[in-house]
Design a protein around this ligand. Structure first.
Ligand code: FAD
Ligand code: DHB
Length: 397
C-alpha cells in the first residue's frame, strides 16, 4: 500500500480533470489526477470539436493556447440548412464573438503535455478507483496501480470522471436530485480523410433525419447523422454512411460533402441530465460527471471548463484567504450556466432533429421555428449568443 497526500484529489483525466489540475497548479495548489484509461486512449478519444470564446480565453490565460492559436480554426458563423437550403448565422456580426474548431483530443494532448512538463502527478491506468470518507474532514481515494494499492489522502475530491464514472454514484442515494431527458435518437459520427469543402459548420434539418457537417483540420472532415438510439454500427458500411450523408446534406445549389477514407466511426446516445447539488461533503462534481447535454449545441466540453474555472477560483479563495464562501456557492454558481446550456442544447436538438411519430402540429411548429430563426435577426442573435457562449457567470451576468 502506497499512501500519499495532496490538497485536491482529482478523479478523471478528461478535459475537466486536466484543466482543473492545471488551474490549481497555477494557483499554487497541489493535486493528484487518477485516471482509469491509458494516456493513449485519453489522447485519441474523438469527441467534441467546438470551443466557445470563453474556453479559448481560458486556455490562453492558462498558458496552453499556443497550438490552439496555430491550428484552431476560427469560425465566425454557422449555417443552418432546411431541406437543402442553407442560411448563415453570422456570429461575429450579431455578437462580436466567434468559436474555434479544435478537437477535444488536441485540448487533452496539450493539457497532458503541459502537466507532465510541469512535473504534475498524473496517474493513468488506475484500477478499481473508489472514494472514501467524503463526508469527513479527510477524504481519500483508493486506486490500484501496477499491482499495488494507492491511497491518496486529500482535503477535497473533484469528481471529474465523466458520465460513467464512480464519483456521482459515491454520493448517498437521496442526497442528489436527478433531472433527466432521454431522446429517441442518437448520432452516428465519422471522421473522414477529406479536405473540408465548406468553411463553416452546417447543421441540416432533413426529412430523413438531422445531419451535421463539421471539420477538424484542413485535411479532416467530421460528420454526424441522426440514427436510431441503439444503432448497430456494424450495419453501417462506409458506402451506406456516405449514401445517407449525401442524401441529407446535398444542397439545392449542388454542394455535397466530399468523400474520403473513414478513419473512425461511432454512435453517441443523446440525453440531457443534471444532478443537483454538485457537491456532497468534500466531494465536488464537475463536467460530465454532473451534467450531460445532447451534443447539438456543442456545449459539453465548454460547460466542463466553466465548472472547473469556478472550482479552481473557489479552492484558491479557500487556501489563499481562508474564505469558504465560494466553495459553498460552487453548486449554485455552476448551475446557472448549466441550466442555460441545457435549455439551449434541448432547443437546438428539438429544432433540428426528426421526431418519429410526432404529431403533425409539432412538425409544422418546427418548420415555423426554423423559418423564424433563419429570417429574423432577433431570433438569429438569440441562437448566436448562446452558441458562442454566455459569460462564465451565466445568463444573468
Ligand atoms: P470526460 O471527457 O468523459 O472525461 C472523464 C474521464 O474520467 C475519462 O478520461 C474517463 O476515462 C475517466 N474515468 C471514468 N471513470 C473513472 C474512474 N472510475 N476512475 C478514474 N477515471 C475515470 N462538447 C462540446 O463542448 N462541444 C462539442 O462540439 C461536443 N461534441 C461532442 C460530440 C460527441 C460525439 C460527444 C460524445 C461529445 C461531445 N461533446 C461536445 C461533449 C464533450 O465531449 C464532453 O462534455 C466532455 O468530454 C466532458 O469532459 P469531462 O472531462 O467532464 O468528461
Ligand atoms: C461537433 C460536434 C458537435 O456536437 C457540434 O454541435 C458541432 C461540431 C464536432 O465534433 O465537430
Amino acid at each position: 500500500m502506497a499512501r500519499c497526500e495532496t490538497q485536491v484529489g482529482i478523479v478523471g483525466a478528461g478535459p475537466a480533470g486536466l484543466m482543473l489540475s492545471h488551474l490549481l497548479r497555477l494557483r499554487g495548489i497541489s493535486s493528484i489526477v487518477l485516471e482509469v484509461r491509458s494516456r493513449a486512449h485519453c489522447e485519441e478519444r474523438v469527441r467534441a470539436g467546438v470551443l466557445e470564446h470563453t474556453s479559448v480565453e481560458m486556455l490562453h490565460e492558462a498558458g496552453v493556447g499556443d497550438r490552439l492559436d496555430r491550428e484552431g480554426l476560427r469560425h465566425e458563423g454557422i449555417e443552418i440548412g432546411v431541406d437543402g437550403i442553407r442560411h448563415r448565422i453570422p456570429f461575429m456580426e450579431l455578437t462580436g464573438k466567434c468559436v474555434t474548431v479544435y478537437g477535444q483530443q488536441e485540448v487533452v494532448r496539450d493539457l497532458i503535455a503541459r502537466q507532465l512538463a510541469d512535473g504534475g502527478d498524473l496517474r493513468f491506468e488506475c484500477g478499481d478507483v473508489s472514494l472514501h470518507d467524503i463526508d469527513g474532514e479527510r477524504p481519500w481515494i483508493r486506486a490500484e496501480k501496477d499491482g499495488a494499492v494507492d491511497e491518496v489522502r486529500c482535503d477535497y475530491i473533484a469528481g471529474c470522471d465523466g458520465f460513467h464514472g464512480i464519483s456521482r454514484s459515491s454520493i448517498p442515494e437521496g442526497a442528489l436530485r436527478v433531472y433527466e431527458r432521454i431522446y429517441p435518437f442518437a448520432w452516428l459520427g465519422i471522421l473522414a480523410e477529406a479536405a473540408p469543402s465548406r468553411d463553416e459548420l452546417l447543421y441540416m434539418r432533413h426529412e430523413r433525419g438531422f445531419a451535421l457537417y463539421s471539420m477538424r483540420s484542413p485535411r479532416i472532415t467530421r460528420l454526424y447523422l441522426q440514427c436510431r438510439p441503439n444503432e448497430d454500427i456494424d450495419q453501417w458500411s462506409d458506402d451506406r454512411i456516405w449514401g445517407e450523408l449525401h442524401a441529407r446534406l446535398t444542397c439545392s445549389d449542388g454542394w455535397r460533402p466530399t468523400e474520403g477514407r473513414i478513419l473512425q466511426k461511432g454512435v453517441t446516445s443523446m440525453r440531457s441530465l443534471v444532478v443537483e447539488p454538485l457537491q456532497h461533503g468534500r466531494l465536488f462534481l464537475a463536467g460530465d460527471a454532473a451534467h450531460i447535454v445532447p451534443p447539438t449545441g456543442a456545449k459539453g466540453l465548454n460547460l466542463a471548463f466553466a465548472d472547473v474555472h469556478h472550482l479552481a477560483e473557489a479552492l484558491h479563495a479557500f487556501y489563499q484567504r481562508n474564505e469558504g464562501g465560494l466553495l459553498k456557492a460552487y453548486s449554485q454558481t455552476c448551475l446557472r450556466r448549466i441550466w442555460s446550456a441545457q435549455r439551449f442544447s434541448w432547443w437546438m436538438t428539438s429544432l433540428l432533429h426528426r421526431f418519429e411519430d410526432e404529431p403533425a402540429f409539432d412538425h409544422k411548429r418546427q418548420l415555423a421555428e426554423l423559418a423564424y430563426v433563419t429570417s429574423s435577426r432577433a431570433a438569429a442573435t438569440c441562437l448566436a449568443e448562446n452558441y458562442v457562449g454566455l459569460p462564465l457567470g451565466g445568463a444573468q451576468t
